[in-house]
Design a protein around this ligand. Structure first.
Ligand code: 7TS
Length: 410
């Protein structure tokens, strides 16, 4: 069990008042999470105490920054149960991580006639890069559909994942409707036909235990800013033997061992994939975020979100005449995301009225346009919850929604 009131004290922004003194209700953690003091302090400590470039200095500060930067890598790699820290490449975010795979592994391994299988739930970041690779390489992107209950249709997956599948690229949790995808089962199907497996962990790594060896994936992409860490830092896990055969995407400083005017040899892993001065401070900040999450325990974080989502879905029943709530009914099959719409009120209008009450939700297509359009709407309103949210905040959301709908007289 999480002590949420105690947790909230660790997040300075959560005591903020907006407009005329309304307490901030942060229900937009799927877009980005808030940051605990420990993460903010780690950034201050770095800049005040030991700011220096890594892997190059013989002086005290460079050795200290290198040690802490590599410690953070080990912590984050351990958090997803990577075999070793060398399997974790720092990136800016999930989007960049997937683009590294598409432009390196994808360009070398996707051949004409191959199929790249994604789910209907994908964020644009795990769809557009594959459309580009497919176009360049003469391959095809295939989509795994959903059932009527918005869970992944595993029967369809059985027939779509086949001998032509070269890559399965699937999100573990949908950011638009909250569906949890059984990635371990899908990965097994993909492996059985000799395909590689990429998991988009942007919405799973922050919210539940994720174990890359248990899933048996080749790649896992995630963003630090959605898991209490700073913006501008994310991770790409790559299975060691796959990483050894991959060519670098960006070239230049840091990623080379020896350079002549004619040629260059590549640095050791994972530096081979980290050209230029890296985001040192934010990597260390992400390490502090992982310490914070591990102290709470990811099982506890997940349990809190299941309970809160169940509470929210029950509370939304009061509005079932007015609102369509998307996503699976079973809370075990969904993350802490409640996506909804009213047939006659645009989600932006709902979001704007809620905002005046201090309640932050996201409205729009959530960068998953094909998914949201498949619901028959152009946009939804989305409340997304995290370890610091409470049942009281869910009540405030539902009350504010009732008032907004009265205001729009619908
Ligand atoms: N994949 C999923 C499943 C996501 O939810 C997001 C961001 C991304 C990839 C991209 O992450 P980034 O850090 O590279 O931007 N999702 C959202 C969202 O739902 N609202 O804002 C960003």
């Amino acid at each position: 069990m999480l002590d949420v009131m105690k947790i909230r004290e660790d997040f300075p922004v959560l005591s903020k008042k907006v407009y005329d003194g309304k307490p901030l209700v942060w229900l937009d953690s799927a877009a980005t999470s808030q940051k605990p003091r420990r993460v903010i302090q780690a950034l201050v400590d770095y800049y005040e105490g030991y700011n220096a470039n890594v892997h190059r200095g013989v002086h005290a500060l460079s050795m200290e920054s290198t040690e802490r930067y590599e410690d953070a890598r080990a912590k984050v790699a351990g958090f997803i149960n990577a075999e070793s820290p060398e399997s974790l490449i720092w990136t800016r975010n999930t989007t960049e991580a997937i683009n590294v795979v598409a432009n390196s592994w994808g360009e070398d391994n996707i051949k004409p006639g191959d199929e790249i299988v994604v789910t209907a739930l994908e964020h644009h970041s795990n769809l557009v890069p594959w459309q580009q690779v497919a176009r360049k390489r003469g391959a095809k992107v295939r989509i795994l559909p959903l059932t009527d209950d918005h869970t992944l249709d595993m029967d369809a997956a059985e027939s779509i994942i086949g001998p032509r599948t070269r890559l399965l690229a699937a999100t573990q949790v949908s950011n638009s409707i909250g569906t949890i995808v059984p990635v371990k089962e899908l990965a097994k199907k993909a492996r059985a036909v000799g395909a590689a497996v990429l998991i988009d962990g942007a919405q799973s790594v922050p919210h539940m235990p994720v174990d890359v060896q248990d899933i048996d994936c080749d790649f896992l992409a995630f963003s630090g800013h959605k898991m209490l860490g700073p913006t501008g830092i994310g991770g790409l896990y790559v299975k060691r033997d796959v990483l050894e055969r991959m060519n670098p995407f960006l070239t230049g400083g840091e990623m080379v061992l020896a350079v002549s005017y004619e040629d260059a040899t590549w640095n050791e892993l994972p530096m081979r994939f980290e050209a230029g001065t890296p985001n040192i401070a934010d990597a260390i900040g992400l390490g502090a975020a992982v310490d914070y999450l591990q102290d709470l325990g990811m099982e506890n974080v997940r349990d809190h979100e299941i309970a809160l989502t169940k509470y929210a879905l029950d509370a939304f029943k009061e509005l079932e005449e007015e609102l369509d709530v998307h996503g699976p009914k079973d809370t075990v099959m969904r993350g802490g995301i409640v996506s909804f719409h009213h047939p006659d009120v645009h989600p932006h209008d709902l979001g704007t009225v809620l905002d005046r009450q201090g309640i932050a939700i996201r409205t729009g297509h959530h960068c998953a346009m094909p998914m949201v359009q498949s619901l028959g709407v152009a946009a939804t309103a989305r409340a997304s919850m995290y370890l610091y949210n409470t049942e009281e905040e869910v009540d405030m959301l539902v009350d504010a929604l009732k008032e907004a709908l009265r205001y729009f007289r619908v």
